[in-house]
Write a protein that binds this ligand. Structure first.
Ligand code: DGJ
Length: 707
């Protein structure tokens, strides 16, 4: 049973396979956090709500561990809820009203002691991955309006330890998902986005350990926020040695008005626990995403070709057909035309918003190209950026009021474009109709949905009274709703979320996005770091990686084709090269890697990921994927640069069945799983940018006799 209540103690245990999460109602009626960690199999071990230590100046109620810590009384920590009532009251005290268990979901209803405000704290247990989804639903049960000024999806209270360490992802355009790990001292560490989208600078993922966990060992608490807008995660360490993680919509510039009877439902925040280190934390998140977040569980992602780096805005029927023919020869399964096919889009200064096929580039529309692509055995995908408009566009000339702006003030452009106000219903209808028409007219199987600037001047002239600051959430919800409706009507179409590379990667849009464009940085060496960080929070199946040309535009680096392929084969493989620049020999070599990828794709996309050797620790990066049934494993090894003639260090695989026999497909060598894991694999990787892909497959006589 995933959830059981202990009525005599007014407590609930949320039980997953390897963890218990316990909450209970204290004597004052507050819902308190009691425990999170390894399972408490004996009921005597389940803590009671009594015994919160009281400090002078910080009396019990101000030092407690409420599950939804409202701002009121003497709660001084980062609040889970802050509300402004019509009579200017700004104090909330929540007490238990009722609880309801339905399958793997627990809902606890809390009410303010005096005001007509109801808060339902919702927990959904996903037991095999040891994660809990949390959200809150705030309802105005009174007669007058109420303003929500802050609402966190979850406050996670960690057990008390002498030391806490936060793992998070930071970066910027071209350098997304860079892994950071730092000790938390007293005070707050905030990771956030206040730019309208998830952002490149931080990602809504966290992991906390007690300073000792490794990839394979130690207690790790981890999670992420499923939201693609304005968010914050606050790790707050008090001088009393406690740590809480508050995660939710950012309160900055946010206000949500609840009329009588209205509710506000927060996004979901996911939290999980493992006692087996960061690697297991990631595998749990990956499995959860594959089975509970991504659409079409079990569907593998096709190998795509995207022409952006090859032809940029100069797309036309002839050059795309030429590339398509070459892509098909390589074994590519999906051909994607990127930016430049519509309106007056010859550069990034014009055309966004005018979603009509450019008749100079495609005189008979997209039909002939799509026919050609499908006759070559591939499906067809196309790029759009429908939340945006260039001032130099017919759309903007007709509707200059459709963008976020403050009246009579300048509108700041980013990449020569402005953001359409998706809080407006007429704009939502326009965006939906533009993409729906495209999908209804043409045989399109894939949409790459881009978004190339952050918000500025987030004004909504004409907004209903008191609702102008809701745009931070309304935009995101409208986007989700548009994708959901498009997908209902066109269920075969897959979606990629892109925001100038990986600017909109999160578990919120992952419910609709089948994959993410990880980064515009396609330098295979930089990618090792970007992908390493990415793998902490998200499954490889969602991580799109293109093989592009050498010299790479980002760092001017020249990397052999093999290394470029191996780097990109660690996620959902794509090709972004100008195929006209490849020699016959390179075409053949590339086709070979693509064929190899097809054989390992289920293991990479749906298997268990083991990070073996981090890019920053030595001159070697190594990542391994193991099939869920343990039958097969694939190990990628990258040597960045050899120095002093040193041989490459051995790479020790993990996650193999210890007593099963595994054969190295390339060399024929057979060892037990334990043998491979203990002795490791010695590879002759020399010079700069050498790489290898090793496949270990269980032998027919697959176990050793036990002696
Ligand atoms: C930014 C994306 O990240 C690129 O892949 C490409 O689609 C361009 N936009 C097109 O403008």
């Amino acid at each position: 049973m995933a959830i059981f209540s202990l009525p005599e103690r007014k407590a609930w245990v949320l039980r997953t396979q390897h963890a218990d999460y316990v909450i209970g109602v204290d004597a004052s009626g507050a819902l308190q956090h009691l425990y999170w960690g390894e399972p408490l199999s004996i009921s005597d071990d389940i803590p009671s709500t009594a015994g919160q230590h009281a400090w002078i100046w910080e009396p019990e109620e101000g030092n407690s561990r409420e599950e939804c810590m409202p701002w009121g009384r003497r709660n001084f920590a980062e609040p889970g809820l802050k509300v402004d009532f019509a009579d200017q009251t700004r104090d909330v005290v929540l007490t238990f009203d009722e609880a309801d268990i339905e399958g793997n979901t627990l809902r606890i209803v809390l009410k303010d002691v005096l005001k007509s405000l109801q808060v339902t704290v919702c927990y959904r247990v996903i037991d095999i991955f040891d994660v809990i989804e949390r959200s809150v639903d705030v309802k105005n049960t009174g007669m007058g309006p109420v303003n929500i000024e802050q609402v966190m999806s979850a406050i996670w209270h960690l057990p008390v330890y002498p030391s806490y360490r936060l793992t998070y992802l930071t970066g910027h355009w071209g350098a997304e998902t860079q892994l950071r790990r730092e000790l938390l001292h007293e005070g707050k560490k905030v990771i956030e986005a206040r730019r309208g989208i998830t952002g490149h600078n931080n990602n809504p993922f966290f992991a906390v350990d007690f300073g000792e966990a490794t990839e394979e060992t130690g207690l790790v608490y981890f999670g992420g926020l499923a939201f693609s807008g304005h968010w914050k995660i606050v790790a707050e360490r008090t001088p009393y040695q406690t740590l809480q993680i508050a995660a939710g919509i950012h309160d900055f510039d946010f206000r949500w008005r609840l009329e009588a009877g209205e509710s506000f439902v927060s996004p979901v925040c996911v939290g999980g626990f493992t006692n087996q280190g960061f690697g297991d934390a990631s595998r749990k998140l990956h499995g959860y995403q594959q089975q509970h977040v991504l659409r079409g569980s079990g569907q593998l992602r096709p190998i795509l070709y995207n022409s952006w780096e090859a032809t940029s805005f100069d797309v036309n029927e002839t050059n795309q057909k030429e590339l398509a023919a070459k892509a098909a020869r390589l074994g590519v399964e999906r051909f994607v035309v990127d930016d430049g096919w519509f309106g007056q889009r010859d550069h990034d200064k014009a055309g966004l918003g005018d979603w009509v096929v450019n008749k100079i580039k495609f005189p008979q529309g997209l039909g002939p190209l799509i026919d050609e692509v499908t006759s070559l055995g591939m499906d067809f995908g196309i790029w759009v950026e429908p939340e945006m408009v260039n001032p130099d566009s017919d759309l903007y000339r007709q509707h200059p009021d459709w963008v976020y702006h403050f009246p009579d003030r300048p509108r700041t452009e980013g990449r020569n474009q402005l953001v359409l106000n998706l809080a407006r219903e007429d704009v939502q209808a326009f965006v939906y109709n533009a993409v729906d028409e495209l999908l209804s007219t043409y045989a399109i199987s894939f949409i790459k949905w881009d978004m190339n600037r952050y918000f500025s001047e987030p004004g909504w002239p004409g907004a209903p009274v008191g609702r102008d600051r809701e745009i931070w959430v309304r935009h995101v919800n409208a986007l989700y709703d548009i994708w959901r409706r498009l997908q209902e009507k066109h269920p075969h179409v897959q979606f990629e979320s892109c925001a100038g590379g990986g600017g909109r990667v999160d578990m919120g849009i992952m419910r609709y996005a089948d994959q993410f464009w990880t980064s515009d940085n396609t330098d295979a060496l930089d990618r090792l770091r970007i992908q390493w960080g990415y793998s902490h929070a998200y499954t490889a199946k969602s991580m799109v990686c293109w093989v592009t040309e050498t010299v790479n535009y980002m760092n001017g680096r020249q990397i052999p084709l093999k290394f470029r392929f191996h780097s990109a084969m660690m996620g959902t493989l794509g090709i972004g090269m100008n195929l006209n620049h490849l020699t016959e020999a390179e075409m053949e070599e590339a086709a070979g890697y693509i064929a190899q990828y097809k054989t390992i794709r289920p293991i990479v996309q749906e298997g268990l990921c083991y990070r073996l050797s981090p890019p920053e620790q030595s001159d070697l990066t190594s990542v391994q994927y193991v099939a869920k049934d343990g039958q097969e494993a694939v190990v990628f090894v990258f040597r960045h640069a050899q120095h002093f003639g040193h041989p490459a260090l051995p790479v020790r695989p993990r996650g193999l069945a210890p007593s099963a026999r595994y054969r190295n497909v390339a060399t024929g060598e057979v060892r037990s799983g334990q043998g491979w894991m203990s002795r490791g694999i010695l590879l002759r990787l020399t010079g700069d940018y050498d790489s290898a892909m090793i496949r270990l497959v269980q032998d027919e006589s697959n176990t050793y006799e036990s002696k």
